[in-house]
Write a protein that binds this ligand. Structure first.
Ligand SMILES: NC(=O)c1ccc[n+]([C@@H]2O[C@H](COP(=O)([O-])OP(=O)(O)OC[C@H]3O[C@@H](n4cnc5c(N)ncnc54)[C@H](OP(=O)(O)O)[C@@H]3O)[C@@H](O)[C@H]2O)c1
Length: 302
């Protein structure tokens, strides 16, 4: 573990995930050391691999940012999704507890069924509509059962200049098509992975430096601080792309019924993030500002 003047050491699960990469990028300026732990050394499908890998990192806190994130594929592979997202998360939390350090579990808006006509708060009833959401909810419960020294951070609609996400998919499709059909009746809060990284680091610091404060533990919503729908998000992506010399295909607004997927998506994924602001002093920027930063990195700085 780090001494009083050495940087905070964060062990993070996964290697190439959007949140892991954002944490690695943020680490030097934030004065933290991020130790990514991934396969084959740490495999969430093999709980026996977890404790030794985490102990070897000598962390001050552990961030479980790895997950089985293929939402539609999970419908065909429920055992695998649960092994990684539920049992694996529990193993990470147990390892953190064994070392006496806090664990930050990244979770999802998909724990809700999406029928609430307003943004979700942490205490709203859960009701996942698919295997992925159910497995992530089981992960939240496994973490809570393993240790009280945890923060479950539910985020949503994650995007970054790297990895697999809606922004990169839209830009790739828009490079060759003049028109794109995008769902307009699902609402949510797009969240920029570098904003997640900054928030995770701030929460980790709070948990490490204030070990006796129960209010800092539990479930928190941690998403970009403005809402939209997928079609409007796509329109914003292409407006910013056009302003940077990129292509701007027309966006045709369609309904969920016109775009069937194996896993049903919640119609309302909006997360109310006041608890994180009140108790941790952490708020994420509105997605519009972060999207512009993301497109600068994708289209201007290359
Ligand atoms: N993406 C979203 O829109 C979204 C929305 C809400 C919540 N979340 C949650 O946010 C967190 C981060 O998501 P993300 O978008 O950064 O994910 P991502 O880009 O899909 O990356 C998934 C990560 O999980 C790792 N992983 C998968 N199976 C593993 C296993 N068996 N053992 C060890 N590592 C494994 C991958 O490893 P490799 O590095 O080896 O590929 C990768 O680092 C996840 O908990 C996810 O559920 C995501």
């Amino acid at each position: 573990m780090s001494g009083p003047s050495s940087p905070l050491r964060l062990a993070v699960t996964g290697r190439e995930g959007q949140v892991v990469r954002a944490l690695l990028d943020a680490a030097p300026a934030a004065g933290v050391t991020v130790i990514p732990l991934g396969r084959p050394d740490l495999d969430l499908e093999n709980p026996a691999s977890v404790a030794a890998a985490i102990a070897a990192a000598r962390p001050d806190a552990v961030v479980n940012a790895a997950a089985y994130t293929a939402v539609d594929q999970a419908e065909k592979e429920p055992e695998r999704a649960f092994a990684i997202n539920a049992a694996g998360a529990g193993a990470v939390a147990a390892a953190a507890a064994g070392l006496g350090v806090p664990v930050l579990q990244i979770s999802t808006d998909y724990v809700f069924d999406g029928t609430k006509p307003a943004p979700y708060v942490e205490d709203d009833p859960v009701g996942p509509t698919g295997v992925y959401g159910a497995s992530k909810l089981a992960g939240e419960q496994a973490v809570a059962a393993a240790t009280p020294n945890h923060a479950v951070l539910r985020t949503a609609w994650v995007y970054a200049p790297y990895g697999k996400n809606f922004v990169r998919t839209m830009l790739a499709l828009g490079a060759t098509r003049d028109e794109l059909r995008v769902v307009a009746d699902q609402q949510g809060c797009p969240t920029y992975a570098p904003d997640i990284a900054a928030a995770v680091i701030a929460v980790a610091r709070n948990l490490v430096t204030r070990p006796d404060e129960a209010d800092l533990r539990g479930v928190f919503h941690m998403a970009g601080s403005a809402e939209t729908d997928w079609a409007s998000f796509a329109e914003a992506i292409f407006a910013l792309s056009a302003a940077r010399g990129g292509r701007a295909p027309a966006v045709v607004r369609i309904g969920t019924a016109d775009y069937p997927t194996p896993a049903r998506r919640p119609a309302n994924s909006r997360l109310e993030c006041g608890r994180l602001a009140r108790l941790h002093g952490v708020g994420l920027p509105p997605w519009q500002a972060s999207l512009a930063t993301c497109l600068d990195r994708l289209l201007v700085e290359t």
